[in-house]
Design a protein around this ligand. Structure first.
Ligand code: ZN
Length: 227
């Protein structure tokens, strides 16, 4: 199965799970992130992400209608994402983090780790390489100490791989953000850290295109939203 986003117009969900999120949106869209102009609603985009459930290791494929908005000043169109939804990913970040952690830290076979999600071995290899190159472990620990000075740096003893070390550091930073009062629906360090950057700064780190590395400049005191 591809790990790239499905186009809701052309692809059907492979699961028969009946879960349908009700289309919901506020009376008005948020102001434009580029020019702060007033926006209006501009239809919906339907996607079918694979998301983590409250049971660790279990996943669901959901039908999610995402509201689209358009700026009345600069005419920029954009999608409004619900809390916990990461753009341009079919497999959402908690699913990715848990599958890769099972392989890289838990030493499970790829076949066992992907039983619930039916992700392909190729996807798992790509996720693992992507996480390993996502950030420097030292940078993640430094941001964690900045977010919460009480953070204790306890690196994974002899991590099995660079990916395992990065996953561990993402957990440290995610936990520091929680202690600092950031509210999450994500439960993994990867989901929390990238979700925090997306909601706070509008940044999306892609698997195959666009920015692919965490930037410590996004830490508190760094650049402003969308700049
Ligand atoms: Zn605008």
């Amino acid at each position: 199965m591809s790990d790239l986003p499905l186009d809701g117009e052309r692809r059907k969900p492979v699961s028969s799970l009946p879960l349908i999120l009700e289309p919901r949106r506020e009376a008005r869209p948020p102001p434009c992130a580029t020019c702060y102009g007033a926006c209006w609603w501009n239809g919906w985009r339907v996607v079918f992400p694979v998301v983590a459930t409250t049971t660790v290791g279990a996943v669901e494929r959901r039908e999610v209608p995402l509201p689209r908005a358009k700026c009345s000043c600069c005419r920029l169109g954009f999608t409004c994402y619900p809390l916990g939804f990461y753009p341009r990913r079919q497999y959402q970040l908690d699913v990715v983090a848990e599958v890769v952690a099972a392989v890289e830290i838990g030493c499970e076979s790829t076949a066992v780790a992907t039983t619930a999600s039916s992700a392909s071995p190729t996807s798992v290899r790509r996720w693992s390489a992507w996480i390993g190159a996502l950030a420097e472990v030292k940078a993640l620990h430094a941001v964690a100490a900045q977010v919460d000075p009480s953070t204790a740096t306890v690196p994974t003893p002899t991590p099995r791989s660079r990916t395992a070390a990065v996953l561990d550091a993402l957990e440290v930073l995610g936990a520091a953000l929680v202690r600092a009062g950031v509210v999450f629906v994500e439960r993994t360090g990867l989901g929390r850290v990238l979700g925090w950057q997306h909601r706070g700064h509008g940044d999306v780190l892609g698997l195959v295109a666009g920015p692919r590395r965490f930037s410590p400049a996004m830490a508190p005191g760094g650049r402003l939203h969308g700049r």
